[in-house]
Design a protein around this ligand. Structure first.
Ligand code: DAH
Length: 356
């Protein structure tokens, strides 16, 4: 071993101690200033990594004198632990800050109202048909269907409507080129005949569906519209039962007590016949725009089934009697929802449809 003066050894250890102290304060300061995990990791490598400054100092310890080595070694280890602790503490802090700001950013406010999926729904007329069906189900009626392309027998003759009746005029009814007697039904009353031909009384049916009339299109009229037909056949049916049934229906539909009145009217297939008016549900009869200040609205036609109609389908009018009614659905819907133009039902404008 080459000779070394004592002072030189002292110098070496002193120098190392200074270096260690300087390293400690530089490292602690740099670590404190680091503001992200990446630069912090670079500092860890710079000071504590295998090629790091402190590691170099620890390696240099082996050249120190035996008497100096433990003391300087211990000092270096204490500093190493301090730097490691500072590093770990800072790492945890940066991580927490990142986490809390991420949590804030990604937080979900569970009290926010949900966002609805945009999804279609039944047309307002279909909804109304379902509502009407439900009301009549509760009164023991079932739903029957009949053809829209119909013969004049079911649409007129069997309904006691003579060939001279104005409704049979081509200006009112669409005839087809399938044959001279084939037409688009102008009323759902055809279903009355079709049901009575097939089923024996007692009968309680309603029949919603499309009907067609040769009309000019305007706010009130459209060549295609919907009706709901009703028919009840039993023993000893009275006009009072007809009134009670329709009153119950109107109140269930408008969801509040509504006054109704029956006015004498004429239909070929009922005798006596009546028109049912309801007190205007919008102004309770005091007069408003919807009822044209009359206080009453025409809702439907009805009456006791004419004995001729019963005979025509082989039902004995001495044994059975019945009532029938028919209403325009668009008209009911316009009243119920205060809609001022029938064309809204057929133009498929989403701004209209989405409100139902
Ligand atoms: N079918 C008639 C129309 O379209 C409405 C009607 C009136 C139907 C009286 C009926 C009824 O069943 O008894 O104007």
């Amino acid at each position: 071993m080459p000779w070394r003066p004592i002072g030189d050894i002292k110098m070496q250890s002193q120098e190392l101690e200074n270096k260690i102290a300087a390293l400690e304060s530089a490292a602690v300061k740099a670590i404190e200033e680091a503001d992200n995990l990446e630069s912090l990791e670079n500092l860890r490598l710079l000071y504590l990594g295998q090629k790091g400054e402190l590691t170099a100092i620890l390696r240099a310890l082996k050249d120190l004198d035996k008497t100096e080595k433990p003391r300087v070694g211990q000092l270096a280890n204490v500093v190493k632990q301090k730097i490691e602790a500072a590093h770990e503490e800072k790492r945890a802090r940066i991580y927490d800050q990142g986490l809390s700001s991420r949590l804030k950013q990604e937080a979900i406010d569970v009290t926010l109202p949900g966002s609805r999926l945009n999804c279609g729904h039944a047309h307002p007329l279909t909804q109304l048909i379902e509502e009407i069906n439900t009301i009549f189900y509760s009164m023991g009626f079932s739903v029957a269907e009949g053809p829209e392309v119909e013969t004049d027998y079911y649409n007129f003759d069997a309904l006691n409507t003579p060939a001279s009746h104005p409704a049979r005029d081509e200006q009112d009814t669409f005839y087809t080129n399938i044959g001279p007697s084939v037409l688009l039904r102008s009323q759902t009353s055809n279903v009355q005949i079709r049901v009575m031909e097939k089923q024996k009384p007692p009968l309680r049916i309603i029949s919603p569906g499309r009907v067609y009339r040769n009309e000019e299109i305007n706010a009130r009229k459209y060549p295609l519209f919907h009706q709901v037909e009703g028919l009840l056949i039993d023993r000893d049916v009275t006009f009072g039962q007809l009134k009670g049934t329709l009153e119950a229906f109107i109140q269930a539909l408008f969801k509040k007590p509504v006054k109704v009145r029956f006015r004498p009217d004429f239909f070929p297939f009922t005798e006596p016949s009546a028109e049912l008016d309801s007190q205007c549900p919008f102004c309770s009869g005091s007069g408003c725009r919807t009822c044209g200040n009359r206080g009453w609205l025409e809702l439907l036609g009805c009456g006791m089934v004419d004995p001729n109609v019963l005979k025509g389908v082989g039902i004995d009018p001495e044994e059975f009697s019945g009532f029938a009614f028919g209403m325009g659905l668009e008209r009911l819907a316009m009243l119920k929802y205060d809609i001022n133009d029938i064309r809204h039902f057929y133009t498929n404008d989403l701004r209209f449809l989405e409100q139902f």
